[in-house]
Design a protein around this ligand. Structure first.
Ligand code: ACO
Length: 429
């Protein structure tokens, strides 16, 4: 495979270009087109990057046709069943599962950095009470560069590692504080005797007036959701982090940009949109009406939580979450009509020619909101929950990129505007 080439001939000039086929350790072969413009004078046009690999990466592998997702070679199903979020974080960051000693050190480092500067708490007070948590998250994470400006040298591996750990450690603290701000509750400091997910639940829900008991079922479910959201190769928010990172910008700026990209309903904002959609549908009887709307080309409505750019088969994360949904609701002794509704929606959609033809399956966010809801996490926080998990992926990809010589990301365009024309003075227009 190493020497495979495709020969491209320009029929106008008869110039030829050998395009090398670049193979990864697995996955589809890729054409190296970097010589195309310098040698033949053509750009490529691929809006939405459906046929474009933007980088080489050792971190996450997806086979969308087969419904496979692996972190550093480990199948997501095994990690979901046997690992923990913090162990997966170590794996994604450093490439190997940690030994007990490595894990203890890593856990200590993350735990040590969970508190935020007190001025960040005061900064948070400046937001209006009904600010969306994602707006707060993007603003506060971006502001972290102002608090750690002495440790922003992106060329220093130790400073990069410290920033990565600070981001992973503080994201839950900031997300929980955003929620408490909307409730008018006093700050809750991270309790470092707790594990990562327990600590987050405690920061979300504990109040000074009475003791808060952490439900182990809730903590386990949360940990699972964080694992499943931790990385997903070059998705829109991760590509955003890498693009910003390619300019040499500091990691807090990169991750703040990633948070903003995640917020969109076509990406991480879908989990919030799914719950709103299920509530709007309301009853199983109305499912066909909404399926019909999703199929109507004149209606902008889409089935939220359905479809994926890469998976043209079941999203393996959705399969795990659907199962977890049943278990969590049962363990918590809750029934949720929305789960029945979601299952009916999935069943009808998967029998419909429109969805079969387009290979549209439930994605990671179709069922995640039902679990969040069971854990009392408000809908407006759903995308922030996604951001907590995905922070690990963003910083892992940023660390990988920062350790490799990288050119600034700078796509070109097909210009379709006016050709040259003369300026006309305002009084003559
Ligand atoms: N409901 C109805 N039709 C859909 C849906 C949907 N959810 N998703 C795709 N389609 C249709 C499109 O209308 C299009 O049909 P056409 O060929 O007749 O025009 C076809 O399927 C292909 O869709 P594209 O938009 O070209 O697919 P793309 O890969 O660009 O988009 C995306 C993927 C954004 C995820 C899309 O499926 C979508 O909008 N889904 C709903 C939002 C969602 O759940 N996003 C979360 C994604 S996962 C994540 O980021 C965590």
């Amino acid at each position: 495979m190493a020497d495979r080439k495709l020969i491209l001939t320009d029929p106008e000039t008869n110039k030829q270009l050998d395009l090398s086929v670049v193979a990864g350790s697995e996955g589809d072969p890729t054409l190296d087109i970097a010589g195309l413009y310098p040698k033949l004078g053509y750009f490529t046009f691929d809006p939405g990057y459906g046929s474009t690999a933007s980088c080489k990466s050792d971190i996450t592998f997806i086979d969308g046709g087969a419904g496979i997702l692996r972190y550093r070679g480990y199948p997501i199903e095994q990690l979901a069943e046997q690992s923990s979020f913090l162990e997966c974080a170590y794996l994604l960051l450093y490439g190997e599962l940690p030994t007990q000693e490595e894990f203890t050190d890593f856990d200590h480092d993350i735990t040590y950095h969970t508190m935020v500067h007190e001025k960040i708490n005061s900064f948070m007070q400046g937001f209006h009470y009904d600010a969306h948590p994602m707006a707060i998250l993007a603003g506060v994470v971006g502001s972290m560069a102002a608090f750690y400006h002495d440790k922003l040298d992106v060329n220093d591996p130790d400073q990069r590692d410290l920033a990565a750990k600070r981001l992973i450690a503080k994201m839950p603290t900031i997300a929980a504080a955003a929620y408490r701000h909307s409730q008018g509750w006093p700050s809750a400091y991270p309790k470092n005797s707790l594990g990562y997910s327990e600590r987050f639940l405690n920061m979300m829900f504990s109040v000074p007036a009475e003791p808060y008991e952490i439900n182990p079922v809730a903590a386990k479910a949360l940990d699972l959701l964080f694992i499943l959201h931790a990385d997903h190769e070059q998705n829109a928010s991760t590509s955003t982090v890498r693009l910003v990172g390619s300019t040499g910008a500091n990691p807090y700026a990169c991750v703040a940009a990633g948070i903003s990209a995640l917020w969109g309903p076509a990406h991480g904002g879908a989990n919030e949109a799914v719950l709103k959609m299920l509530n709007e549908i309301g009853t199983v009887k109305r499912v066909p009406e909404f399926i019909q709307r999703a199929k109507d080309r004149d209606d902008p409505f889409r089935l939220m939580g359905f479809g994926h750019r890469v998976y043209k088969n079941h999203d393996p994360r959705a399969t795990i979450i659907r199962k977890a949904c049943h278990e969590v609701l049962e363990d918590l002794g809750q029934a949720d009509e929305l789960l029945d509704l979601a299952m009916e929606l999935e069943r009808i959609a998967l029998e419909d020619e429109f969805f079969i033809e387009r290979k549209l399956y439930p994605n990671v966010d179709f069922y995640s909101g039902i679990i969040y809801k069971a854990l009392n996490i408000p809908t407006s926080m759903f995308t922030a929950m996604f951001a907590i998990g995905r922070t690990v992926g963003w910083v892992s990809q940023w660390l990988e990129q920062s350790a490799t010589p990288t050119r600034i990301g700078r796509p070109r365009q097909i210009y379709t505007g006016a050709t040259e024309r003369e300026y006309v003075a305002i009084e003559q227009r």
